[in-house]
Write a protein that binds this ligand. Structure first.
Ligand SMILES: [Zn+2]
Length: 393
């Protein structure tokens, strides 16, 4: 048994213990509490981390490590369609070796910055082994898009390991046919695994879904994708609901262009909203209406998206960005978006997100003195913490 002690233990975004400890056996938390109240045998076996705070490791609910080699190569300010074109071209110019090497480096950097779980979306499939062999937990999603799918190509879904799973993702309602999205969602549902999809990200997407016309329709035509059977709908979220894609295991990524009717659908289905605000602002000069989702009782999670659309894969950066842009949101709610809410979205609540008995001992230590601060100010200091080299366990 190991006893990890620190001046503060952040059990959850709503609970900090002063002068506390975590007892760990076989990488599982067996007890959490305050040193003063602990029995004497606990006091003899202590690893004292110091005057900082031990807190749960962070979970990134949406990223593409696979695109890390594109960092700095794509312009954010020439419109979304141009970004997509540059991304495809830039990715084609990279060797698989380079894409893999940069993905590995990005995973290592994420771990160093306190993220121990992630949802990796892989279009090319090349990060599967890298993710499986790495120290990061989470879900590796094979992503599909277009209008053709060979059944044999469907990724093998697995949930053998407690902290690492494999599932499937559809790219988006305007890039992937309803028939294929249906097959993909069904497969994920049978395996009882989360299904991920980008939705309501761009105005081009909304135009295409509501009218089947516009620049996106032209773009698909240019790439030889037949969309004649795709149908129209009131909105991208409505479209996904119409084809049976939204339930409590669906991760809806972005949700930039939604109305209250869309949010009601998401709330009724208990789907999981995932926001990537820095990426959204870079590409669309717009932010998701996070307070409105909270008003509907939803528990959004945060993701960074990829280095092709954001500056870092550091979840502290994402949380700080939310805190600065939405000062009215309770800081604990923001930390929850990278811990408890993310864990819930990944179906990892039993093993991660808080430092409670029975969960995996996935925690980080920040050398940060929280003395004399109330809960809200403590959480703000944590979100504002920057020194990657010193985050460790
Ligand atoms: Zn994405």
């Amino acid at each position: 048994m190991q006893i990890h002690r620190a001046k503060h233990i952040l059990v959850s975004p709503w609970h900090i213990i002063e002068n506390g400890y975590i007892a760990v056996v076989n990488n599982t938390i067996i007890d959490v509490g305050s040193i003063a109240a602990a029995s004497s045998h606990l006091k003899s076996n202590v690893i004292d981390h110091g005057s900082g705070v031990i807190m749960p490791a962070l979970l990134n609910a949406h990223t593409h490590f696979e695109l890390s080699a594109l960092q700095g190569k794509i312009s954010f300010d020439k419109g979304f369609n141009n970004w997509v074109r540059e991304l495809i071209k830039s990715r084609e110019e990279c060797t698989v070796g380079l894409l893999c090497q940069k993905a590995k480096e990005a995973i290592d950097a994420a771990i160093l910055s306190g993220t121990y779980f992630a949802c990796e979306i892989s279009t090319l499939g090349i990060t599967k082994d890298i993710f499986a062999d790495s120290d990061i937990g989470g879900i590796w999603f094979k992503e599909y898009l277009g209008s053709n799918l060979i059944q044999n190509d469907l990724a093998q879904l697995s949930s053998n390991k407690i902290h690492k799973k494999e599932s499937i993702a559809g790219h988006a309602p305007h890039t992937t046919s309803p028939a294929i999205l249906n097959v993909l969602k069904k497969e994920a549902k049978i395996a009882n695994l989360p299904f991920s999809i980008h939705v309501a990200e761009s105005t081009d997407e909304t135009e295409f879904i509501t009218t089947k016309k516009g620049s996106w329709a032209d773009f698909l035509k240019e790439r030889g994708i037949d969309t004649s059977l795709w149908g129209k709908s009131r909105s991208p979220v409505q479209h996904l609901d119409d084809i049976g894609l939204i339930d409590n295991l669906t991760l809806l990524i972005h949700l930039l262009n939604v109305d209250t009717a869309d949010i009601e659908i998401i709330a009724n289905r208990q789907a999981k909203p995932i926001f990537c605000p820095r990426s959204n602002f870079n590409l669309h000069k717009k932010l998701p209406d996070i307070p409105l989702f909270l008003k509907y009782g939803l528990k959004p999670a945060l993701g960074t998206d990829s280095l092709a659309s954001t500056e870092t894969l550091n979840m502290f950066d994402e949380m700080l960005y939310v805190a600065k842009n939405f000062p009215a949101i309770n800081p604990s709610e923001i930390l929850a978006m990278a811990t408890t809410n993310s864990a819930d979205a990944l179906c990892f609540s039993k093993i991660a997100g808080t430092l409670e008995k029975g969960k995996i001992a996935s925690f980080i230590y920040l050398p940060l003195d929280l003395t004399h601060k109330n809960l809200s100010d403590s959480i703000i200091s944590i979100i504002d913490y920057r020194d990657e080299q010193q985050i460790n366990t």
